[in-house]
Ligand binder design. Structure first.
Ligand code: NAP
Length: 283
C-alpha cells in the first residue's frame, strides 16, 4: 500500500485564503486584526520563525507589530511590555517567541499575556479551557493537526484509537486533549513507555511529536493508519526531516504528512486563524 499524502502546504493555502477573506470583511467594518510579535535576543532560529510569522500576516491582511528587544532585557521590562499590549485595543494577539534569555522566566511571561490575546494557546487558562471543553485559544501545532484530520474527513473520531508520542505542554498534551474532544480513544506515550511499538500498532491515528528521527518505523504502524509527523529534525545531510521514517511508513499507512510541507505550514496558519478569531470576538 502507498499512503495518500496530507499536504499541509496546500491545506494551509486554502485556509489562508479564507482568513484573508475574513480579514477583508473585518476591514469593511473598520477593524484590522493586529498581532504583536516579541523577539528578545538574536537566536538565529527564532529570527527565522519570527520573520516567517510576520510575512504570513502580511499575506492575509493581518497587521503585525514586531518588537525586537536586546538579549539583556530584564524580566520586569518584558512584563511591562506585555501589560501595555494587553490593554492596546489595536492588538488582538500577543506572541512571545521562545526561548527567552535565561534571566527571564518564560512561564511568568506567558502567564502575563491576557488569555483573551493568547493566540499561541500556551497560557494555563487556554490549556484549562481545552481540558474542560470551554472556548479558548487552541495551541497552534495540535490545532493544525486536527485541521489536517478534518481535511481527510476525520472530524468525529468516535471508535478510533489515537496514539500521541510525546507529552510536551505545547504539542503532545494539547494534541491528546483535542483528539479526546473529537471522541477518539487516546493513548499518550513518552520516554517512559515500555513498548512503544505495541502501542502504535494498535493505533488508527499516530501523532509523532518527539524530536528524534525514525521514532516511528513501518513495523510500528497498523496498515491503513493515519500518521501525522510533527517532528522537525535534520538528517545526516542537514536536510529537514520528521520523526517518522517516511519512506518505510508510507508503504503501510493509509495517510501520511510529509516533512517539510506537512504540519509546519499548518502551525503558522493556525496562529493567523487564532488572531483573526480574536479580532472577530470568536475565541
Ligand atoms: P519536547 O518538549 O522535547 O518533547 C518531546 C517528547 O518526546 C517528550 O514528551 C519525551 O518524553 C518524548 N520522547 C523522547 N524520546 C522518546 C522516545 N524514544 N519514545 C517516546 N517518546 C519519547 O518536544 P516538543 O516541543 O513537543 O517538540 C517535539 C518535536 O516537534 C520537535 O522536533 C519540535 O521541533 C517539533 N515541533 C514542530 C512544530 C511544527 O510546527 N512542525 C511545532 C512544535 C514542535 P518525556 O516527556 O518522557 O521526556
Amino acid at each position: 500500500m502507498t499512503a495518500q499524502l496530507i499536504d499541509g502546504k496546500a491545506l494551509s493555502s486554502q485556509l489562508r485564503a479564507d482568513i484573508a477573506r475574513r480579514a477583508q470583511a473585518l476591514k469593511a467594518q473598520g477593524k484590522v486584526p493586529g498581532l504583536a510579535v516579541i523577539l528578545v535576543g538574536d537566536n538565529p532560529a527564532s529570527q527565522v520563525y519570527v520573520r516567517n510569522k510576520v510575512r504570513a500576516c502580511e499575506d492575509v491582511d493581518i497587521r503585525s507589530v514586531l518588537e525586537r528587544h536586546d538579549a539583556t532585557m530584564t524580566e520586569a521590562e518584558l512584563l511591562a511590555r506585555i501589560h501595555a499590549l494587553n490593554t492596546d485595543p489595536a492588538i488582538h494577539g500577543i506572541l512571545v517567541q521562545l526561548p527567552l534569555p535565561p534571566q527571564i522566566d518564560s512561564h511568568k511571561v506567558i502567564e502575563a499575556i491576557s488569555p483573551t490575546k493568547d493566540v499561541d494557546g500556551f497560557h494555563v487558562a487556554s490549556a484549562g479551557a481545552l481540558m474542560v471543553g470551554e472556548p479558548g485559544f487552541k495551541a497552534c501545532t495540535p490545532y493544525g493537526c486536527m485541521k489536517m484530520l478534518e481535511s481527510i474527513g476525520m472530524r468525529d473520531l468516535r471508535g478510533r484509537h489515537a496514539v500521541v508520542i510525546g507529552r510536551s505542554n505545547i504539542v503532545g498534551k494539547p494534541m491528546a486533549m483535542m483528539l479526546l474532544a473529537a471522541n477518539a480513544t487516546v493513548t499518550i506515550c513518552h520516554s517512559g513507555t515500555k513498548d512503544l511499538a505495541a502501542m502504535t500498532r494498535q493505533a488508527d491515528i499516530v501523532v509523532a511529536a518527539v524530536g528524534k528521527r525514525h521514532v516511528l518505523t513501518a513495523d510500528m504502524v497498523k496498515p491503513g493508519a493515519v500518521v501525522i509527523d510533527v517532528g522537525m529534525n535534520r538528517d545526516d545531510a542537514g536536510k529537514l526531516c520528521g520523526d517518522v521514517d517516511f519512506d518505510g511508513v508510507k508503504e503501510v499507512a493509509g495517510w501520511i504528512t510529509p516533512v517539510p510541507g506537512g504540519v509546519g505550514p499548518m502551525t503558522i496558519t493556525m496562529l493567523l486563524m487564532n488572531t483573526l478569531a480574536s479580532c472577530e470576538g470568536l475565541a
